[in-house]
Design a binder for this molecule. Structure first.
Ligand code: 7TS
Length: 412
């Protein structure tokens, strides 16, 4: 299991106070905090190695290139990708999904085809498919979610048919926490002759993910949700697919030869990495991967399961609270979304912030899903490796205090 107290020592921000109280950071699904190992890697890169990659013969450029490619290899091993060329650096999950939409989907979607996604997607896995299916006169279908917040796999089997070209599904919902039976979905997609893209923004940071075991074709995630910096993300793709896909961005680095008339594309992965890449943040992502690998992703997942189980139990003790999504912690990631019958989520979030407790409130970039529960906003606590049961207690005490305040204010 994780030694949470020693982990906490690695995160300088956890020592700060917010509004006079120790910070209780429960907004990890939005972004996680960074350990000093990641921060140090960034500083060290700029102080010791900074140079552009893939172009210089001088020492700094060679060092910088080696570190950049080493970080790619770390990510490759972390998700068990078959070769480093199948790991493309992007800006974030959203850009990874857009890359697939603008290249693979544009080249492969035709009128009458369909794309199948789910009713519990983040906007970044809905909007690109709305646009692309509209442009191609194709159909966008949604696998529904049942009353427990789980995907209806029997409906999935009917929605995925011989005209399905792509299944684009989240691995873990950022609102409900529900875990998609991804092996099952992959088999359904492949037996229909479709490819499958997994939005792993909420899974790769929190559980072991093996792209070869899942047998997915594309997989997208962001470094900032897994202890890494902002501005860097990953697209994993099968090299055969990447080979056949046109480039996403044109310019330097992604070419092998340019004449006044034409250009030839570079080898993988560089064909998809136009321009000077985000070198420092890629290298720091490697440090984040090292940190998580040292903890062991099974341990990370088990720690979150225990915190989530405890949080589900404690938050549901507050009578006026309704929790969305599965109530069984083994079916979900470390996300607990809820509404309070008498307090608007924004009021709750603001009042908790006065106590130093950071949660997210709103539609969580999943408006259609949140609205399907008959609300326009929800409160969400999301956990990571440094969170403790004591912090869950502080959250519940905080909710009860806000409740008392509102009851008192209402009685006046
Ligand atoms: N997919 C899922 C499942 C997500 O949770 C998010 C971000 C994204 C895609 C987009 O990631 P980005 O790095 O490109 O922004 N989710 C959240 C959240 O739940 N609160 O803030 C961002």
């Amino acid at each position: 299991m994780l030694d949470v107290q020693s982990i906490r020592q690695d995160f300088p921000i956890l020592a700060r106070k917010v509004n006079g109280n120790p910070l209780v950071y429960l907004d990890n699904a939005a972004t996680t905090q960074k350990p000093r190992q990641v921060i140090r890697t960034l500083v060290d890169f700029y102080q010791q190695h900074n140079a552009n990659v893939h172009r210089g013969v001088h020492t700094l450029s060679i060092e910088s290139t080696d570190l950049y490619e080493e970080a790619r290899a770390k990510v490759q091993r972390f998700i068990n990708a078959p070769v480093p060329e199948s790991v493309i650096w992007t800006r974030n999950t959203s850009e990874s999904i857009n890359l697939v939409a603008y290249t693979w989907a544009r080249a492969n979607l035709q009128a009458g085809d369909n794309v199948v996604t789910t009713a519990m997607e983040h906007h970044s896995n809905i909007v690109p498919w709305q646009q692309l299916t509209r442009q191609a006169c194709a159909e966008l279908r949604y696998i529904p979610v049942d009353d427990d917040g789980l995907l209806q796999m029997d409906a999935a089997a009917n929605l995925i048919d011989e005209r399905t070209r792509l299944v684009a599904a989240t691995h873990v919902s950022n609102v409900l926490g529900s875990i998609t039976p991804i092996h099952h979905l992959t088999r359904l997609a492949h037996s229909a002759g479709a490819v499958i893209m997994v939005d792993a923004a909420q899974s790769v940071p929190h559980m072991p993910v093996d792209v070869q075991a899942i047998d997915c074709d594309f997989l997208a995630f962001s470094a900032h949700k897994m202890l890494g910096p902002t501005g860097i993300g990953v697209l994993y793709a099968r090299p055969e697919l990447l080979d056949a896909m046109p480039p996403f961005m044109y310019g330097g680095d992604m070419i092998i030869e340019v004449t006044y008339e034409d250009a030839r594309w570079n080898d993988l992965p560089y064909k998809f990495e136009a321009g000077t890449p985000n070198i420092a943040d890629a290298i720091a992502t490697g440090a984040a991967v090292d940190y998580l690998s040292n903890l062991g992703m099974e341990n990370v997942q088990e720690h979150e399961r225990q915190i989530t189980e405890y949080a589900l139990r404690r938050i549901r003790e507050v009578e006026a609270v309704t929790v969305f999504g599965p109530h069984d912690a083994s079916l979900k990631g470390g996300v607990v979304s809820f509404v309070h019958g008498n307090i608007h989520p924004h009021d709750l979030g603001t009042a908790l912030d006065r106590m130093g407790i950071a949660i997210r409130t709103g539609h969580h970039c999943a408006m259609p899903l949140v609205r399907s529960y008959g609300v326009v906003a929800a409160a969400r606590a999301s956990f990571y490796i440094y969170n403790t049961k004591e912090e869950v207690d502080l959250l519940v005490d905080g909710i009860l205090e806000v409740e008392r305040y509102f009851a008192h204010a209402g009685a006046k």
